[in-house]
Design a protein around this ligand. Structure first.
Ligand code: PEP
Length: 257
């Protein structure tokens, strides 16, 4: 059975002690929710230690990095390569988050190069796309999203289906100050993204997990989760405490089963 995906990106937050504490609290919680696949995406510096905790507990919790350089090694000061992340034994590489695009000039083309490198090294890229408020206001959200998606998926063949996920995160909905998206809007956009994936991959496009993110919280999580083409939720702030994350799990479980 295809499991519903639930995960969180911590961004640049949590000390190592907090990270370990969080992981230790989360692992017993997720055992109670077998119909979900869970993942956490901490800062790079915490990954080795958290991986050790996951292995020691023999937990199914998946672990990801927030970014990756596409080259295996080289003169790229400050960057982290696929080989380095592979040594840790990560599952997921998050790519193209709106903060990477906004503050670090990450382009669709760069996301594509990184996604190809991630797949080559056996990671599951979690490719983030999302339109800006001005795109929405001009009525060109779908055009922007189709462009981001098509460029990000260039040269990624149908054989890779099952090994990459897409997260739709409208930029205007993300983070403190973000406005949660209306459920019908999310429904419309996810249906559209599914049609783009089917146009690109045929019927197999149905098997590509589409996650939704952007101010997901206890009040809206179950509304989003029950939409036909929402296969998971990608959560920031509202999942940064294990107990609050569990409240979301409970709420989503009421609609997912
Ligand atoms: C995010 O940044 O990807 C995100 C979903 O954050 P938040 O839930 O805090 O809006």
């Amino acid at each position: 059975m295809k499991k519903f995906l639930l995960g969180t990106n911590w961004k640049m937050n949590k000390s190592l002690a907090e990270a370990i504490n969080y992981t230790k609290q989360l692992m017993p919680i997720i055992k109670k929710y077998e119909s979900f696949d869970f993942f956490i995406i901490p800062p790079y510096t915490h990954l080795w230690k958290i991986k050790e905790e996951i292995q020691t507990a023999n937990s199914l919790l998946k672990l990801g990095a927030q970014n990756m350089h596409e080259e295996d090694f080289g003169q790229f000061t400050g960057e982290i390569s696929p080989l380095m992340l592979k040594e840790i034994g990560l599952d997921i590489i998050e790519l193209g988050h709106s903060e990477r695009r906004q503050y670090f000039n990450e382009t669709d083309e760069a996301v594509n190069r990184k996604a190809l490198a991630a797949l080559k090294h056996g990671f599951n890229p979690l490719i983030c796309i999302g339109e800006k408020l001005e795109n929405k206001n001009y009525g060109v959200s779908k055009e922007m999203l189709a462009k981001q998606l098509k460029i990000a998926l260039t040269d990624i063949s149908a054989a890779a289906i099952g090994h990459f996920w897409i997260a739709y995160e409208p930029v205007w909905a993300i983070g403190v100050g973000g406005t949660p998206a209306e459920t019908p809007y999310v429904n419309e956009i996810h249906n559209f993204l599914r049609s783009v994936l089917i146009e690109r991959y045929g019927k197999n496009g149905d098997d590509i997990p589409l996650l939704f993110g952007g101010s997901v919280n206890i009040n809206n999580a179950s509304d989003y989760a029950q939409l036909e083409n929402v296969d998971g939720l990608f959560i920031g702030r509202s999942a940064w405490e294990p107990q609050l994350f569990e409240e979301i799990m409970q709420s989503v479980k009421t609609v997912i089963g």
